[in-house]
Design a protein around this ligand. Structure first.
Ligand SMILES: CC(C)(COP(=O)(O)OP(=O)(O)OC[C@H]1O[C@@H](n2cnc3c(N)ncnc32)[C@H](O)[C@@H]1OP(=O)(O)O)[C@@H](O)C(=O)NCCC(=O)NCCS
Length: 257
């Protein structure tokens, strides 16, 4: 018993040290952390294992890190520990009552989870902070986003394009579980607000048929540059008293800042 308690404390210790990367990006009801080597080397549930049996080693590692960390964070919130499978659309199948989001890049993996009673919509994305290939800008960015990039200092445009890319993926991971609707990069809109060179907020805009099914039509997230990563995080809290999600005051689609 004592040994179990000690192990649990150590595991929490490992988890704590990995929380810093995402600190301050989410409300307190969200648990978010970076996967540790313990997570990457942890145990999947059999039904999860079956999903990656034939995958390459790097995919098995990232999948394992995400699932094991997610379960650790769920346990921390006293949420039910269950297998987290993937649908045909690749979206994770979170247990009843849980919202979550997973992202990996290279050998890093981050996860955010929360009780659905507290958080209605959750998205998280990380990308290596480097200039997005110029050829990809027109694929990732809508014309008004390209115009906004052109107004930014020349030396910042490349990484800001990566930030737009990340914020769109974050916004997609947030909306899809609620709408089951694919939104491509040209349909989504992101408006970035810079508080400093490494911190700020962003607003995501969606096509009307998607926006009308979200708790807020233009959710606002936070972005940061830390440890060589672009990190985008989005959490929409549930209305007080578990009120219906619809009917929030509408705002305009985001415009470029
Ligand atoms: C789904 C997508 C966002 C994932 O991004 P990625 O660069 O491949 O990789 P990331 O590591 O950041 O994210 C992968 C994780 O996203 C999650 N994910 C995948 N599809 C998802 C979906 N439909 N809804 C929510 N989460 C999803 C999964 O947890 C996955 O990890 P896992 O397979 O280990 O469980 C991307 O592949 C995609 O399809 N983008 C196009 C849609 C889009 O971004 N539109 C922008 C409109 S605003």
């Amino acid at each position: 018993m004592v040994a179990l308690v000690v192990q649990r404390t150590e595991r929490r210790g490992v988890g704590m040290s990995r929380v810093a990367l995402l600190e301050g990006l989410f409300p307190a009801s969200v648990r978010a952390a970076e996967a540790s080597e313990d997570d990457f080397g942890g145990q999947l549930w059999p039904s999860e294992q079956a999903l990656i049996e034939s995958a390459v080693a790097a995919r098995r590692r990232e999948f394992t890190g995400g699932r094991v960390l997610a379960r650790r964070l769920m346990a921390d919130l006293n949420l039910p520990e269950r297998a987290i499978l993937s649908g045909p659309d690749r979206a994770p199948t979170w247990p009843e009552g849980v919202v979550g989001s997973i992202s990996h890049t290279g050998d890093r993996c981050v996860v955010a989870v929360a009780p659905r009673t507290a958080i209605a919509m959750l998205g998280l994305d990380i990308e290596v902070c480097r200039d997005l290939d110029r050829d990809l800008w027109p694929e990732v960015c809508a014309p008004e986003e390209l115009a906004w990039l052109a107004e930014q200092p020349a030396e910042d445009r490349g990484w800001l394009a990566t930030l737009l890319f990340s914020a769109k993926e974050c916004g997609y991971k947030g909306e899809y579980p609620l709408t089951q609707t694919f939104v491509d990069f040209q349909q989504g809109r992101v408006a970035v607000h810079r508080e400093s060179d490494t911190e700020g907020t962003f607003e995501v805009g969606y096509p009307e048929e998607v926006a009308s099914r979200l708790p807020v039509p233009n959710p606002r997230g936070r972005w940061t540059i830390r440890e060589g990563l672009v990190i985008t995080a989005l959490a929409v809290t549930q209305p007080p008293g578990d009120a219906p999600l619809r009917g929030s005051p509408r705002t305009e689609r985001p415009r470029t800042a």
